[in-house]
Design a protein around this ligand. Structure first.
Ligand SMILES: NC(=O)c1ccc[n+]([C@@H]2O[C@H](COP(=O)([O-])OP(=O)(O)OC[C@H]3O[C@@H](n4cnc5c(N)ncnc54)[C@H](OP(=O)(O)O)[C@@H]3O)[C@@H](O)[C@H]2O)c1
Length: 78
């Protein structure tokens, strides 16, 4: 899943559903998310949910970038 900024919105539903399926004992494939926003402290609205999902294994790998938290812009792929 690749969802920068508000693009994360639909994927929160995917992640919640996969968490629910796992709770039912169903097998789900890998769940890999790439997302990013300008500032971690201002725009990373789902931080708690995403970190918890990674901790419990619902998200296999959480990849995040904060483009404007430092002098030079940073993105996940370049
Ligand atoms: N007033 C505010 O403080 C504020 C804060 C956030 C968003 N907004 C506005 O809210 C609207 C929606 O924002 P949003 O959160 O969906 O998006 P966004 O904040 O514009 O972008 C989200 C993240 O994706 C990056 N990005 C943008 N275009 C990209 C591209 N072509 N390739 C790779 N990364 C890219 C942005 O980096 P960059 O640093 O390069 O933009 C930012 O880190 C926009 O109109 C935005 O201007 C306002």
């Amino acid at each position: 899943m690749v969802g920068p900024g508000t693009g994360i919105a639909p994927f929160m539903g995917f992640i919640q559903e996969r968490g629910w399926l796992k709770e039912q004992g169903k097998e789900v494939g890998e769940t890999v998310l790439y997302c990013g926003c300008r500032h971690k402290n201002e725009d990373y609205l789902y931080q708690e949910e995403l970190e918890e999902a990674e901790k419990t294994g619902v998200i296999t790998k959480l990849n995040v970038a904060f483009s404007r938290d430092q002098e030079q812009k940073v993105y996940l792929f370049y």
